[in-house]
Ligand binder design. Structure first.
Ligand code: PRX
Length: 543
């Protein structure tokens, strides 16, 4: 394990490292977070206030009987309450799970049910979704709502009332390196989403990579656009930067090129971490939007989540006069593993090189370590500090991801003669749309619950903006025919059950879904059909 000065007296607690430890280091009155809501109203929180608010939330949970190891989720859009409750949960050594606020009922049930979560914090408009599945969640005892002034019942409680009554003092118990910390669910190509569990020591590598790859030091003003429902939003929108005492801008509004450029200019943002989809959207905007802003304080732009096209890097070099540094990681890895970074010449289209304290390798399916320029499984030598500890309730699947001391990431890649890694694709059918991993299996299952649908097969197809779009092939039961109403119904059902990001961009009605002899849907054939390429010998194909 790497020892960095941020661990003091054996205290690994992420909650305290990000707050009280910053205050103790003399940053109490420094702005930790400038929260900017969608109406562009600003509220500053110093590290003292971040500490105080998260202490209060820790006391709220403690007073409600929550204990070390209990699972508590946030189900909120980007907000200060999401951040205070996330850090407060970690302070009592409960496990902090986060849920994307766009999730529908089925997505929520899968995650809250599998983890046997004991509590969740949400807002009034999202509470309805939880209420509709609450009978199936017997362990979910406590629901805290941020925007009600009175408690609704003994277990549906007002955040503001609870916080008003809670003390701002909380002694964080000494937390060992291996104490479970953060829980994110991730989708695979088969089965239900899996709960990726991290440990408090992950802060070591989140801190290290924030410093050495994102180049954060305490004078920077940093903006990470990722939502806290996903790993980038917690590892690099909360933990890494605050473990370094950095001021973060958190913006609750949606994509708007002009507003975003205004933010960068007016908030004097120096380091910006965003995603290829957003950058591709910006690239389509009129160049005057960028030219009218003074972006000279912005030193570095980083990107994560999907391949970053060379055109975007060229656009940025020409118009913004800056490189964009692509970085690669996963929910499972907890922090950046492979990256471009200042000081390393950017090869457009490459993910860069592994962080200097990691070892990556390209390995064949047979377990042979491959040479440069050979495509194979992208693997990381096991044992890095932010390595996930397990897939909750799925230790078998977890163990299968490790062979001969290497973690198999599920991505295919190659390394060039200079040691740069190049992403080739996934070795499964998971769809990456706008940086979100979507399970074709989950969409197919949800489609099958619609009475008119007999069979379906779902694939990801190339998209100029989203990297991949969701395409659903559907076979209707004989007595039904396709109509605008049915299409609307299908879309609504998927958005309500899963999320709007899992709702297909394209739906194609076909007479037969290709399946192999054992009845498995041959998504590769569907993809070949979509792309107009040769699906090969269908009789021997497997999925
Ligand atoms: O396939 C890779 C892709 O996103 C996957 C991880 O997704 P998730 O666990 O949701 O975490 C996303 C945020 C870190 C990877 O297995 N991916 C991530 N970064 C890149 C990427 N694909 C290509 N280039 C990247 N830079």
């Amino acid at each position: 394990m790497h020892q960095y000065p941020l661990i003091i007296d054996g205290q690994y607690n992420i909650g305290s490292i990000c707050t009280s430890q910053q205050c103790a280091a003399g940053r109490g009155s420094k702005v930790a977070m400038r929260w900017i809501n969608s109406n562009l109203e600003k509220t500053d929180y110093t590290f003292d206030e971040l500490n105080n608010e998260s202490n209060k939330f820790a006391n709220v949970l403690k007073n409600l009987g929550f204990q070390k190891g209990d699972i508590f989720f946030t189900f909120l859009p980007k907000s200060s309450e999401q951040i205070f409750s996330f850090l407060g949960t970690l302070k009592i050594q409960a496990i902090a799970g986060t849920l994307f606020s766009n999730f529908g009922e089925e997505s929520l049930l899968d995650r809250l049910g599998d983890s046997k979560a004991k509590g969740v914090i949400t807002k009034k408009s999202l509470y309805k979704k939880i209420l509709s599945i609450s009978e199936k969640l017997p362990e979910l005892k406590t629901i805290i709502i941020t925007d009600i002034n009175e408690h609704i019942s003994g277990n549906v409680l007002s955040y503001s009332l609870l916080m008003k009554e809670a003390s701002g003092n909380f002694d964080v118990a000494l937390t060992s390196a291996d104490t479970p910390s953060v829980l994110h669910y991730t989708s695979g190509s088969t089965g239900k989403p899996k709960g990726v569990l991290h440990l408090h020591k992950s802060v070591l590598l989140q801190n290290y990579t924030s410093k050495h790859i994102l180049q954060l030091n305490e004078n920077e003003i940093y903006w990470c656009t990722a939502d806290q429902g996903w790993v980038t939003g917690t590892s690099y929108g909360i933990i890494g930067p605050w473990s370094l005492g950095v001021t973060q801008i958190h913006f609750g509004g949606a994509y708007d090129a002009d507003i975003w450029m205004n933010l960068i200019e007016n908030e004097k943002i120096t380091i910006w971490y965003t995603a290829p989809t957003a950058l591709r959207m910006l690239m389509r905007e009129d160049s005057s939007i960028f030219l009218k802003h003074d972006l000279s304080r912005l030193k570095h732009i980083f990107s994560v989540g999907e391949p970053l096209n060379p055109e975007v890097i060229n656009w940025s070099r020409e118009l913004l006069k800056k490189d964009i540094y692509d970085t690669w990681f996963q929910t499972e890895t907890g922090s950046i593993m492979i990256a471009n970074r200042p000081g390393l010449p950017v090869k457009s289209g490459s993910m860069g090189k592994p962080a200097d304290i990691l070892e990556a390798a390209i390995i064949s399916d047979e377990g042979k370590i491959l040479n440069n320029k050979q495509v194979g499984n992208l693997c990381v030598k096991a044992g890095w500090d932010s390595m996930f500890r397990t897939y909750l309730n799925n230790e078998d699947i977890y163990n299968k991801k490790f062979k001969n001391g290497y973690y198999y990431t599920g991505d295919l890649a190659y390394r060039d003669e200079d040691g740069y890694y190049w992403f080739v694709g996934r070795n499964d059918d998971v769809i990456n749309t706008a940086g979100h991993l979507i399970s074709p299996f989950e969409i197919e299952s949800a489609l099958l619950e619609i009475p008119e649908i007999a069979e379906s097969g779902v694939i990801g197809a190339p998209d100029d903006i989203l990297f991949e779009k969701v395409v659903a092939y559907i076979r209707l039961k004989d007595q039904f025919s396709w109509s605008d109403d049915l299409e609307m119904n299908v879309r609504l059902r998927l958005a309500n059950k899963l999320s709007s990001i899992a709702t297909p961009q394209e739906i194609k009605i076909i007479k037969e879904i290709p399946k192999n002899k054992s009845g498995k849907i041959m998504r590769r054939v569907l993809k070949a059909w979509y792309m107009g390429t040769d699906p090969g010998d269908i009789s021997t194909l497997d999925v």
